[in-house]
Write a protein that binds this ligand. Sequence first.
Ligand SMILES: C[S@@+](CC[C@H](N)C(=O)[O-])C[C@H]1O[C@@H](n2cnc3c(N)ncnc32)[C@H](O)[C@@H]1O
Length: 364
Amino acid sequence: MCERCGALWCWAVSLAWEARAVAFFRKLRILQTNCLPVRHIDNYKKYRLVGADRDLYEGAVVHVPVLVAEVIEAFKLAPPIAFLDATVGGCGHAQAILDAFPGANLWGIDRDPRAIGLAAKLLPQRRVQLFNNNYSELDNLPQKTFDGILFDFGLSSDQLDAPERGFSFRSDGPLDMRMDPTKGISAAQFLNTASLETLAQAVRDFGEEQNWRHVVNAIWRARGTCQLERTSAFAELVRSVLPKRYYSKIDPATRTFQGIRIAVNGELEAIQSALPKAFDALVPGGIMAIISFHSLEDRLIKQFFRQLAGLPVTRKDGRSKDERQSFGMIRTTKPITPSRDEIFANPRCRSAKLRIFQKGGTRP
Ligand SMILES: C[S@@+](CC[C@H](N)C(=O)[O-])C[C@H]1O[C@@H](n2cnc3c(N)ncnc32)[C@H](O)[C@@H]1O
């Protein structure tokens, strides 16, 4: 009933107008956030420039850390004293952890020497120790136990947006794709030397490219030519053999680039080797938080956490309850994903998923 005239129709009309007005203002807000990169800059200031020297960033690309507030909330469950950031990258999470937990010291790993060099300039030396290493070797750190561990898989924007690193098909550069350019072989060498089966595994399994046969055949034919030397030429080759109608939302080269990057850096093997080591290094009651960016990573984390929590790992897991052992609890029944606001501010975070696990027992 309308409060003024008591008529039902008047009340219904006013409700409809209210709904239209809400929709209109939402739309306006969406337009504003899309048009102005200001929110991106705000995030940048908030997480990257607090207390840091602006000059350090001149020429450096900005990595905006994802789900920072959610990560901090997760670690509040058991405030850390010894914290391991296994993917220190652009230091956004590391700095936020140091700010949120003034009593914590941080051990930071990154396999990219450039990320470690930047972190050495940005993070307070007194509370931080840095290691240029693969996280699959985290058991070799001088510190053996941690009460908080964070993994933020994938690439940082600093890597993705540097043409000379060869990760992106959006700019031209040497087809390198190594997170640690001092080790292993470049993507160009990989494409020129890998067996047919290894190429198929990269494009089909790691890239989840449906039309993988076209791509693998094209790579095979292009061996020894300059088409496999530079990012833009390689992207063009991939696009030229894929039917455009399947790729309305993404660049047709996206999946192939992802698959080859995963293969060149042995990303899934590194994760598989690091997760049990991280669990062993976690003190009872400690928290492990992991951010992933694609389904292959997320599946590994989900299955690992379910295994630790004593739950069936997959639908085919036929073990009875008595056969499964629980070592802690999953703190996220569903993965935490970025809010709409965060996605507007930083579209690269749109596929991020955060999962949290707490080891059983009480802290020593
Ligand atoms: C998404 S970024 C991390 C961003 C960081 N959390 C921040 O707030 O700026 C991922 C980082 O992990 C690093 N990385 C990827 N695989 C690694 C591995 N196996 N061992 C160590 N570092 C790795 C990359 O070099 C990259 O710097």
